[in-house]
Design a protein around this ligand. Structure first.
Ligand code: ADP
Length: 488
């Protein structure tokens, strides 16, 4: 090919501009890793309020075009920023659509016009490439918010010389979010009813699903761990998409997410009270002392296991299971710190329990990145009892920070955590299978027993801190996949 591979990267969130979860970590760091491998990557994002308030260096780009939305033509502005070293980021600016307190909705409901917001974004992102004369070899889309794009490339943008020979890759970060909207809204997508609204298209039980559009019309599908790639093809985990995914099995690839160790490394992390590494672990003790103090927990916990959770408050993350065992967990002479935001019901239930354990359990509601780092550094065991987990990043961060992960064996958690075996001294964490209180508690008891044996515990921590999930290998796999679908 000779020339650099051109990748248009479309996402609804990416660090440092906007984040609700792991999608942002991935879409913030994967483009940089692809660039290091020689690709010419351009990232397109909506211009959210968080960007406006984020003090980023922005440059307005004069691009004179409008985007159709449900029979109207809306004008846009575009601002340009830089991600990391030199990946251009184009921000689609429409105040009426993106200048809101949150990305997708509040703690009760999604925004009523999410279809309009992301259909518009999908059209606009392709128009930006056109205006820049950027002829992508690959358009890489992520989750339902950009699921429309592969369909647009096969339909309204077909024959457009900019996208002649462009292949689309669609990554599923979470099959639970399917972008389902009433059929009447099809007009907003710019796709015709006769060509697209049928069971082999984006119709989903009489409605439309933008996730399904991505699955059906992309040239390759990836998901974020090998185990999850298999799971989503089963009725138990496929959430209604198993059949269609099975049908496209030959196009599905499981590529594990990587970690950006420049942001998540206790040896260099500026957010934590003391830096430490696998060979110089002493600083972790100070991090624990400071966290106990900051959270208002009993100082006696310094020598007891301190458990941590950092999570969206969502049923996916296993909070119902946690709530069923919480009293027993806290009776184990352990402490617990939870940082989370999201579902109000889960929040209230956790709050109620935490009030019964002052000094033992601390619940912080909100999205607080620096605190997330301090919790990783200050805790001994990191709990992730998810019902399902496409990849999960926090267990990989926890490994690096010597907070031993205790996870349910599902999706990427199963691919990245290996149970510690006292016989061989191998393994980096703890796992349980059945989504049941007994399995969870038994495993936690085993972990706490091993915590009492400080030599063994140090060994487990070291095994985890040595694990390397940096982007290099995964980004290489994306490059190979791009190469296999590229059409130019
Ligand atoms: P998901 O994408 O399903 O939320 P991941 O484990 O893939 O789960 O990614 C979660 C990311 O969001 C991690 O970077 C985690 O540290 C961060 N995170 C989640 N909740 C919070 C919070 N309340 N405050 C700060 N960071 C959070």
């Amino acid at each position: 090919m000779g020339e650099r591979l051109k990748v248009l990267f479309l996402s609804s969130e990416a660090v440092p501009f906007a984040k609700t979860g792991g999608l942002a970590d991935v879409c913030g760091s994967l483009p940089l890793a692809l660039k290091r491998l020689g690709a010419d990557v351009r990232l397109v994002l909506p211009f959210y309020r968080s960007v406006k308030e984020g003090n980023f260096k922005l440059r307005p780009r004069s691009m004179d075009f409008s985007v159709p939305l449900g029979g109207r033509a809306l004008s846009i502005r575009v601002a340009e920023a830089r991600a990391g070293r030199g990946v251009p980021v184009y921000l689609i600016d429409r105040e009426d659509l993106y200048d809101r307190p949150n990305l997708y909705g509040d703690s009760r409901d999604d925004y009523y016009d999410n279809l309009e917001r992301f259909a518009f974004f999908s059209h606009a992102a392709l128009r930006v490439a056109e205006a820049l004369h950027f002829l992508p070899d690959i358009v890489h889309c992520h989750d339902w918010q950009t699921g429309l794009v592969p369909a647009l490339l096969k339909g309204p943008f077909k024959g457009n010389p900019v996208f002649e020979g462009t292949a689309s890759v669609f990554t599923i970060h979470n099959i639970g979010y399917q972008g389902v909207f009433p059929a009447e809204k099809l007009l907003m997508t710019g796709l015709s009813r006769s060509d697209y609204f049928h069971p082999e298209g984006l119709e989903f039980w009489g409605k439309i699903s933008l996730l399904k559009a991505g699955i059906v019309y992309s040239d390759a599908i990836t998901t974020v761990s090998p185990r999850y790639a298999k799971e989503i093809q089963t009725p138990e985990y496929g959430m209604g998409m198993a059949g269609i995914l099975k049908h496209r099995e030959a196009f599905i690839h499981g590529i594990l997410n990587g970690v950006d160790y420049r942001a998540w490394n206790p040896a260099r992390d500026p957010e934590i009270p003391a830096n430490y590494s696998a060979t110089k672990i002493k600083g972790k003790r100070l991090c624990k002392t400071m966290l106990i103090e900051e959270m208002g927990l009993e100082s006696a916990l310094q020598d007891r296991p301190l458990l941590g959770i950092i999570s969206r408050l969502d049923t996916q993350k296993g909070f119902d299971l946690l709530l069923r065992v919480l009293n027993e967990v806290l009776a184990l002479d352990a402490g617990l710190v939870i940082l989370g935001s999201g579902n109000e019901k889960i929040q209230k239930a956790l709050q109620k329990t935490s009030e019964g354990y002052p000094g033992r359990m601390c619940l912080r509601i909100g999205f607080d990145e620096p605190l997330a780092h301090r919790i990783m550094a200050g805790t001994d065991i990191f709990l992730i009892p998810s019902r399902y987990e496409p990849c999960g990043l926090t267990q990989m961060y926890a490994l690096k920070y010597g907070a031993v992960p205790l996870v349910r064996a599902t999706g990427g958690l199963d691919d990245t955590v290996t149970p510690f075996d006292p016989q061989t001294g191998e393994g980096n964490g703890f796992k349980f299978g059945p989504y049941e209180p007994k399995a969870f508690l038994d495993t936690l008891r085993r972990a706490i027993d091993l915590f009492e044996d400080s030599r063994t515990w140090k060994r487990i921590i070291k095994n985890g801190m040595k694990a390397d999930f940096s982007w290099d290998r995964s980004a290489q796999r994306y490059m190979e996949l791009y190469g296999s679908v590229v059409q130019r």
